[in-house]
Design a protein around this ligand. Structure first.
Ligand SMILES: NC(=O)c1ccc[n+]([C@@H]2O[C@H](COP(=O)([O-])OP(=O)(O)OC[C@H]3O[C@@H](n4cnc5c(N)ncnc54)[C@H](O)[C@@H]3O)[C@@H](O)[C@H]2O)c1
Length: 365
């Protein structure tokens, strides 16, 4: 890896809601934020003023040309622009921290991984749920062998009324890549992280779109309803993935489904212990009232043993920690929390989930 800086200077691309967490994490890790770019210049200027960032630009290219001291960028824009903006930044020799999903599909993710390799730059994605205290704790136990071999896992991010607006980019497949399967991919990624990111073989999945235009199912966040615009993504998906190792994973993701409440969880069953990492949002749906659980289940001396692992709360859901890890990783102080190869595998699974849902048959990953 070339470019091992002693101090990281960052340019932020996109004044979206995640910008505040990226900025807090980068600064906590000692990085400087030199500039902010957004095609909506007023949005760039507003965030720059709020966050005390010296310069604002209307184009990411202009920012990189004007600020040679920037050696890393973070990308916080609608999904369709992740790959082209990451490719341009990598080509210009900058490290990249990109919001999830990595890209619209595996083809784009592969091109990004190849460009990072060619440039000798770090490419990481904001899989912030890996940086949650309970996820880090569980991963430590798994890596120490506490669970044995994880045979099976269930990845779930389900919402009852969580469609992020109608007719905006989230519900437009060409701009987003898909609905909750791609938007709420965090638990799929987290389950794979615990399982050791095995090589996927088959996906069998079904998507549902009964509620995708039903205003009753709009979430409290996202874009306001547009009068026009495309709404061509799923509102729920149930799927099953088989890996070449014989491991299996069940996934459920929804923006709109008739369930009791929102649930964000990974459960798994290993040869030595099972495990659960779960966030239950408060009934008001906000981070501050959420409860997190981290538990291991084993059978010892003829008895059922349930271990509750208590970790500090993190209202940011690992978002600040994930951004800080990016800076520490490019400065060689920490292992990156995720790799481009994992992002490609994740997108291959998502492509296969959509292919299976379309054909009604198992799809090769
Ligand atoms: N990790 C998380 O928890 C989390 C949560 C929410 C959103 N996200 C991700 O963050 C990203 C942005 O989502 P959002 O809701 O903030 O979107 P958004 O629609 O609010 O857009 C963010 C900003 O990007 C700007 N923009 C659009 N195209 C651009 C381009 N080509 N170059 C520069 N700026 C451009 C827009 O003007 C806007 O200000 C998405 O990829 C989304 O999946 C992640």
């Amino acid at each position: 890896m070339k470019n091992l800086p002693s101090r990281t200077t960052i340019g932020i691309i996109g004044a979206g809601g995640m910008a505040r967490y990226h900025i807090a994490g980068f600064r906590a890790a000692g990085a400087e934020i030199a500039a902010m770019a957004d095609t909506n210049l007023a949005a760039a200027e507003k965030t720059a003023a709020r966050e005390n960032i010296a310069r604002a630009f209307a184009s990411p290219g202009e920012m990189l040309r004007a600020c040679p001291e920037i050696n890393a960028v973070s990308i916080i824009v609608p999904n369709k622009f992740h790959a082209p903006l990451a490719l341009a930044a990598l080509k210009a020799g900058r490290h990249v921290f990109c919001e999830k999903p990595p890209a619209l599909n595996a083809r784009e993710a592969r091109a990004m991984a190849a460009a990072a390799g060619k440039a000798g730059c770090t490419l990481m994605f904001d899989f912030n749920n890996r940086a949650r205290p309970e996820s880090r704790a569980m991963k430590t136990y798994v890596d120490q062998g506490a669970a044995g071999r994880i045979n099976s896992a269930q990845a779930k991010w389900i919402r009852r009324t969580g469609i992020p607006g109608f007719g905006g980019w989230f519900t437009n497949k060409a701009l987003s890549g898909g609905g909750p399967v791609i938007d709420l991919l965090h638990m799929l990624d987290l389950a794979l992280h615990f399982m050791g990111y095995p090589e996927p073989e088959w996906a069998l999945a079904q998507t549902f779109s009964d509620f995708i235009t039903d205003r009753q199912f709009k979430g409290p966040w996202g874009i306001p309803d547009a009068k026009t615009g495309v709404t061509d993504v799923e509102n729920a998906c149930h799927g099953f993935i088989r890996f070449k190792t014989g491991q299996v994973l069940t996934m459920q993701s929804s923006w709109a489904e008739l369930i009791a409440r929102e649930e964000v969880s990974v459960t798994f069953q290993g040869t030595k212990a099972g495990g659960l990492v779960r966030r239950l949002f408060g009934q008001d749906g906000i981070d501050a009232t959420a409860t997190d659980t981290c538990e291991l289940y084993s059978q010892e001396n003829g008895l059922a043993v349930n271990r509750a692992i208590v970790v500090p709360p993190d209202e940011t859901m690992g978002r600040v920690g994930a951004a800080a890890n990016f800076v520490a990783a490019i400065e060689g102080r920490e292992k990156p929390l995720n790799t481009p190869a994992e992002a490609v595998t994740l997108m291959r699974i998502i492509d296969a989930v959509y292919a299976s849902a379309k054909t009604g048959k198992p799809a090769k990953c």
